[in-house]
Write a protein that binds this ligand. Structure first.
Ligand SMILES: Cc1cc2nc3c(=O)[nH]c(=O)nc-3n(C[C@H](O)[C@H](O)[C@H](O)COP(=O)(O)O)c2cc1C
Length: 212
């Protein structure tokens, strides 16, 4: 089937893109409002974009039905300039899902999900203590595009639990971390446990040899 997204309703773009850009990593973002109240919510329109400087990007849609009302995460980041991306693994998947619930302002998603926080190294926003890894970010810029905000964050510090670091690299022992990814929308996820495969890169010399 072919789809002309310039002629179809927005729901087509959403359904097709979330099905095709998958699996996606999940950023459980902690942020603080101007009064210092903690907020946490998951986002899968998320990836790292470059490493020099280290920049990650997150797409946050405005509240549904309200063209110009941003979600708390986007508003907090714009006003305070800091946030933490907590890496979502199998063991905190249910808690992450609770944080996605649209609780009224003033309700602490982190506490409701049974999670606790630990201080970050460089930013005021705490990380989730139960998350095995976290990226501390300062807002690089926020772009308002249509009914969404695209937030670029500069990663200023990284936390990884010792057991998941191979100090030689340092590399992350990603096959042991058991991060989960989001497939489509509507509660669909994928595990990375026992799902790794290795495809070594081919040098030009190896390719040339193979051709003869
Ligand atoms: C796994 C998962 C991924 C999500 N990804 C996004 C996303 O990329 N962009 C977005 O706007 N909302 C996303 N959501 C919905 C938000 O988490 C939800 O709207 C949340 O209530 C926003 O909270 P806030 O207002 O505290 O920022 C996602 C939800 C889940 C469960």
């Amino acid at each position: 089937m072919k789809f002309d997204l310039e002629k179809l309703p927005h729901s087509y773009a959403y359904k097709l893109l979330v099905g095709l850009v998958a699996p996606r990593p999940i950023a459980l973002i902690t942020s603080l409002d101007e009064e210092g109240r903690l907020n946490a919510a998951p986002f899968s329109a998320y990836n790292y974009l470059c490493t020099d400087p280290p920049i990650i990007g997150v797409g946050v849609a405005n509240r549904s039905g309200e063209a110009f009302v941003p979600k708390d995460t986007a508003r907090n980041i714009r006003r305070t300039g800091e946030f933490v991306v907590n890496v979502v693994t199998e063991d905190i998947a249910q808690q992450m899902n609770i944080c996605a619930t649209d609780f009224p302002p003033g309700m602490d998603e982190v506490e409701l999900a049974g999670l606790t926080t630990a201080p970050s190294q460089k930013v005021k926003v705490p990380r989730i203590e139960q998350a095995h890894a976290a990226l501390e970010c300062v807002e690089f810029t926020t772009m308002e595009i249509g009914k969404s905000r695209i937030i670029l964050g500069r990663v200023v510090a990284v936390y990884v639990e010792d057991q998941f670091v191979d100090a030689e690299g340092p590399y992350v022992k990603a096959e042991e971390l058991h991060a989960i990814g989001r497939m489509n929308g509507l509660g669909n996820y994928v595990r990375t446990r026992d799902a790794f495969m290795t495809i070594p890169r081919i040098s030009k010399e190896e390719w040339n040899k193979g051709q003869r």
